[in-house]
Design a protein around this ligand. Structure first.
Ligand SMILES: Cc1cc2nc3c(=O)[nH]c(=O)nc-3n(C[C@H](O)[C@H](O)[C@H](O)COP(=O)(O)OP(=O)(O)OC[C@H]3O[C@@H](n4cnc5c(N)ncnc54)[C@H](O)[C@@H]3O)c2cc1C
Ligand code: FES
Length: 256
């Protein structure tokens, strides 16, 4: 388990990238090593309605600048407060938390990174890590409609991007599991983050194609460090904490 830090990050940039998503860049005096798929617990200050930290995936990392990016969807009071942080404000962060994805892939084939909605956030850092190890990266990203598509230039720098929209306005029509790339899918491993129904459907396809598959769960969390047990999930080895044993699990560990 990697060492956890509680640090004040300085907001370098905080910008809306769509009408509901914003990207926050934080810089730190010391940036710990962050595994792809790990997350941070952000303290929400100055609001009487939010007592617990909010878990947010680490979207991108620039160790040379001691900076990390977070891609956040505004859904309630905690994320609303984060969206109002301005340049030079401080945000208190506990990180890096969780196990992260297993990027040690033996087979010399491309890897497929499958994301839905805000679940695409941790896949950018993951794609960078895999690509820096010489691995060919394909992203398969699912959205409801064209207006929901998040900025993808950074993903396109790292790998080839395939898109599905439920209404067919961009890319292939339907869910990620309906994309035409599955016809000839031959991947060393699939990595995924997104809504649970999407990842369950994906695990069925991965099993049919006999491709190893890891998924990152987004169960509701409170403490983030294995103390409150509010994030537990059922596995073949009993209940496990998503915040410490996960958030990444191999689908073979889950009763899906
Ligand atoms: C490991 C992990 C990584 C995450 N990474 C990201 C990320 O990179 N970007 C991002 O925008 N969000 C991410 N989330 C979800 C994020 O933590 C919640 O959206 C956030 O806590 C909501 O806080 P709030 O105070 O704004 O809303 P609240 O008032 O707490 O909730 C508003 C609404 O969102 C729902 N909600 C709250 N938490 C979750 C959750 N975990 N999953 C699904 N629905 C939820 C609530 O049921 C409610 O309907 C992640 C969650 C986990 C567990
Ligand atoms: S969030 Fe408290 S044990 Fe996981």
């Amino acid at each position: 388990m990697s060492k956890k830090y509680q640090l004040d990050g300085t907001v370098i940039k905080n910008e809306w990238v769509t009408s509901t998503y914003f990207k926050m860049t934080l810089s730190f005096e010391t940036l710990p090593e962050i595994k792809a798929g790990q997350f941070a617990e952000l303290r929400i200050d100055e609001t009487p309605t939010v007592f617990l930290r909010r878990p947010i995936s680490i979207h991108d990392v620039r160790p040379e600048n001691k900076e990390m990016d977070l891609l956040i969807q505004k859904v309630g009071d905690g994320t609303a407060w984060l969206s109002t942080r301005k340049e030079d404000d401080k945000v208190n962060v506990i990180f890096p938390l969780g196990n992260g994805f297993d990027t040690d892939v033996a087979e010399n084939k491309p890897v497929l990174l499958v994301g839905g909605g805000v679940g695409i956030a941790p896949l950018l850092h993951l794609g960078r890590v895999l690509s820096s190890e010489g691995r060919k990266v394909h992203f398969l990203l699912g959205f409801r409609k064209e207006a929901d598509i998040l900025p993808l230039n950074a993903y396109k720098e790292v790998g080839e991007v395939f898109i599905t929209t439920e209404d067919g306005s961009v890319g292939d029509k339907g869910f990620v599991t309906n994309h035409s790339l599955w016809k000839n899918a031959d991947y060393a491993r699939i990595f995924s983050c997104g809504p649970t129904p999407m990842m369950k459907a994906l695990s069925t396809v991965a099993r049919e194609k006999n491709i190893d598959c890891e998924v990152s769960l987004e169960n509701k969390m409170a403490c983030g460090v294995g103390a409150c047990l509010c994030c537990v999930t059922q596995t073949h080895e009993g209940h496990k904490c998503v915040c410490t044993d996960g958030p990444v699990f191999n689908i073979n560990e889950l009763p899906w």
